[in-house]
Design a protein around this ligand. Structure first.
Ligand code: TXA
Ligand code: MG
Length: 333
């Protein structure tokens, strides 16, 4: 199919909303990464997201909303504590996992009885949701396993010919995906670290917020989504997105805790085209650029990408989570 390039004008966003209402797929900018949107209440439309991304069908979607009324349709009543977090942090880069209502099709939640909901801060994203008149299911708009797209060009690189349209918006400000907070247990727990840190959540809640245990350990095995489904039976973490190979450019990626220049010199002496990504502990810059840099280095034909480790604190923990996955947990001391 031909992938339409749409602008961020009201007229074009109206067109994008129509495509979503008709069951089609539209990639759109958010403040975190570009999303690949479909009508979250239309099971067939959501299924076509899995096909376009080459994504395993047990991996649930985040449902994007533009108003609190939409939340009531999707999820069971939330506690006052969670409401306070939403009031403080929405619209913004945080997703809440809640008990789902039956209106949400199983295919949208990967068969779980919970639904992940986010109200994005991006004006274009909010306008698209409103113009579609639907809650919009949207994973990141990349081929499964590849770095998330943070520019419209990155989306086209993966999705040209596979989806109905792309809204050609601006580059994503945050650059890594939203924090995913599980609100279905006794205490809220972070399933995926993101721009909103535990410290920020603790400030609003007045109590400690922990990372889900799986975030603190290396997974027993890192699966490639292109490998058959057979091995996925053995590893069942709470957030299904955690078990697959992720964020991988074509180049080999290694995290360097020590002297990256020395490692680079060694690799280059062996004739390997090598690049170093050193964000010098500037975490906002690292979040903003990391995925885009991986894709850019691929375009330049880089064979080895050495990424300088960040301190795993606050936002640094969220970015290192992406960096480690893109390197398949290959760390050089
Ligand atoms: O910033 C973002 O969150 C972006 C933009 C487009 O909003 N979206 C995004 O979606 O990153 P995706 O599909 O790439 O990642 C969704 C994550 C996965 O790790 C998935 O397993 C988890 O959220 N998730 C979704 N629904 C869940 C649920 N019901 N329970 C637990 N985890 C869930
Ligand atoms: Mg993703």
């Amino acid at each position: 199919m031909e992938t339409l390039r749409l602008d961020t004008t009201d007229k074009d966003i109206e067109k994008a909303g129509e495509i979503i209402r008709a069951g089609g797929l539209v990639a759109f900018p958010t403040e975190t990464v570009y999303g690949l949107g479909a009508d979250a209440l239309n099971g067939d439309a959501v299924k076509s997201i899995y096909t376009a991304k080459g994504r395993p069908s047990d991996n649930p979607m985040i449902v994007h909303i533009a108003s609190m009324e939409e939340l009531d349709e999707l999820a069971e009543a939330v506690s006052d504590e969670i409401k306070a977090l939403m009031a403080e942090l929405w619209p913004g880069p945080i997703t809440f996992v809640l008990k789902k209502k039956s209106l949400v099709p199983d295919v949208t939640t990967g068969g779980l009885d919970t639904v992940a909901v986010r109200m994005p801060a991006s004006e274009v994203a909010l306008k698209l949701i409103r113009s579609s008149g639907r809650p919009v299911a949207a994973p990141s708009a990349n081929i499964s396993g590849r770095p998330s797209p943070t520019t419209a060009m990155d989306v086209l690189e993966d999705m040209e010919g596979r989806i109905e349209a792309v809204i050609m918006g601006e580059d994503c400000k945050v650059g890594i995906e939203s924090t995913v907070l599980d609100c279905t247990g006794d205490a809220p727990a972070i399933l995926r670290p993101g721009f909103v840190t535990p410290e920020r959540l603790e400030k609003v809640l007045g109590r400690e917020v922990s990372y889900d245990a799986h975030l603190l350990e290396k997974p027993a095995e890192v699966l490639d989504p292109e490998d058959g489904a057979a091995d996925t039976e053995t590893f069942k973490p709470k957030s299904p997105g955690m078990k697959y190979k992720h964020y991988s450019p074509k180049a080999k990626v290694q995290i360097v805790a020590g002297d990256a220049a020395a490692v680079r010199a060694e690799a280059e002496a062996d004739g390997i085209k090598t690049a170093v990504l050193d964000y010098s502990e500037n975490c906002e810059e690292a979040a903003h650029r990391f995925f885009a840099d991986l894709r850019e280095l691929d375009r330049q034909g880089t064979e080895l990408i050495l990424v300088c480790a960040l301190e795993e604190r606050g936002l640094g923990f969220a970015i290192m989570n992406r960096m480690l996955k893109s390197a398949g947990y290959d760390v050089i001391q």
